[in-house]
Ligand binder design. Structure first.
Ligand code: ZN
Length: 91
């Protein structure tokens, strides 16, 4: 399950940016949007101002239009496969 929210410092409230990743996983740099170029993507996000730990504020589930279109396309393909597999249609 993907979640997104705002990566915010627990100590001073500084905002690192928007974060997207799996629910319950640590806040790694690879999940930051936009991702900083000069950091190890596998590293844990720390506050730029005070080096404090970050937490995910205003977290919510990701339900992007891309994912919805993908699910709808897969459902259409499944329905087509079921129609093609019906008895009497085999060549
Ligand atoms: Zn801070």
């Amino acid at each position: 399950m993907l979640v997104q929210g705002i990566a915010k410092c627990l100590h001073c409230g500084d905002v690192a940016g928007e974060w997207v990743g799996r629910s319950g996983s640590p806040l790694l740099i690879r999940g930051l949007r936009p991702r900083p170029l000069d950091c190890d993507p596998a590293g844990v996000i720390r506050c730029r101002r005070c080096n404090g730990p970050m937490f995910l504020d205003e977290a919510g589930l990701v339900s992007s239009s891309y994912r919805l279109r993908r699910v709808q396309r897969m459902r259409r393909q499944l329905a087509q496969l079921e129609r093609d597999a019906r008895p009497g249609r085999a060549a």
